[in-house]
Design a protein. Structure first.
Length: 285
């Protein structure tokens, strides 16, 4: 955290206390940390951005995978940061590359938006990582624990609670970092899901997505008795655009036994390491 002094040139253009985006931090985590360091209620900064852009959007209904209703340039200015650093808290660049689109949609990553957090990530790093959006995995790849979508009181977690402190439940005020964090069996299927997500988001191309789809269909046809073979209706849906999401492609690739090395011209070694940098050091698991 850096406190802006009155003689600083950023005095009138930034937040009173500014922070730097962390490596692999997800945008809601960054916005909530902005609220937290400035002593504001949850959602203050995002509402400020919405008003500045003349947008009446509801904060909890905004797609945070690739936000289109808030101006990330404005956020960069408020933090005396760069647009590149702020975009890195979304999946805009990765999805633009994968789907060869200048204006990618968040639903390219997952059809349905679900908000999850890892209590251990909040304990260690004080934020939410982008991998919390890997809905097919449902496990924090760093800590190997189940991601949480509900508070202990039963309330669905929402990024920006009403009259709540950042990173707390807006019904009972429980801090998200204190939610249960049971270990989750990280079996072979989870490792392969992690492999697929990591490869596609780091290095994937539109051609890779087509190759996955065609190979999944081929294996369904050549193994008609496979326990994972879906119905004709499901296969038709898989061929439809809304089932060509990263979530579905990763899930079906694992179900039919595909590995990243099955893709044409791909030789990929999986380390299984996930790292997060906070500007002072690097945390690894």
């Amino acid at each position: 955290m850096y406190r802006i002094q009155i003689d600083d040139s950023h005095w009138q253009t930034t937040l009173p206390h500014i922070i730097e985006p962390l490596s692999e931090e997800w945008l809601p985590g960054l916005l909530l940390r902005c609220d937290q360091v400035n002593g504001w209620l949850s959602g203050t900064v995002i509402r400020m951005l919405l008003r500045k852009g003349g947008n009446r959007g509801i904060p909890n209904q905004i797609d945070m995978t690739v936000p289109s209703t808030i101006n990330l340039v404005d956020l960069a200015k408020l933090l005396a940061s760069t647009e590149e650093q702020i975009i890195a808290t979304t999946y805009e660049r990765e999805l633009a590359r994968l789907y060869h689109s200048a204006n990618p949609l968040g639903m390219f990553l997952a059809r349905k938006r679900r908000f999850h957090i890892c209590p251990r990530c909040l304990q260690e790093f004080g934020t939410i990582l982008r991998s919390a959006q890997w809905t097919a995995l449902d496990v924090c790849p760093l800590h190997k624990i189940a991601l949480q979508a509900r508070c202990s009181c039963g309330r669905l977690l929402r990024p920006f609670g009403v009259r709540a402190n950042p990173f707390t439940c807006d019904a009972c005020s429980q801090a998200w970092m204190t939610l249960p964090s049971p270990m989750f069996p990280f079996d072979d299927s989870k490792n392969r899901l992690l492999e697929w997500y990591t490869f596609l988001l780091d290095n994937g191309t539109p051609e890779h997505l087509v190759s996955i789809q065609m190979e999944v269909l081929r294996r369904w046809e050549t193994h008609p008795t496979s326990p994972y073979k879906p119905s004709r209706l499901a296969i038709s849906a898989f061929l439809a655009n809304h089932h060509r999401t990263i979530e579905y492609l990763c899930k079906f690739a694992v179900q039919v036994g595909m590995s990243v090395n099955d893709l044409p011209n791909v030789t990929h070694e999986v380390s299984g390491d996930v790292s997060v940098k906070d500007g002072k050091g690097e945390f690894q698991r």
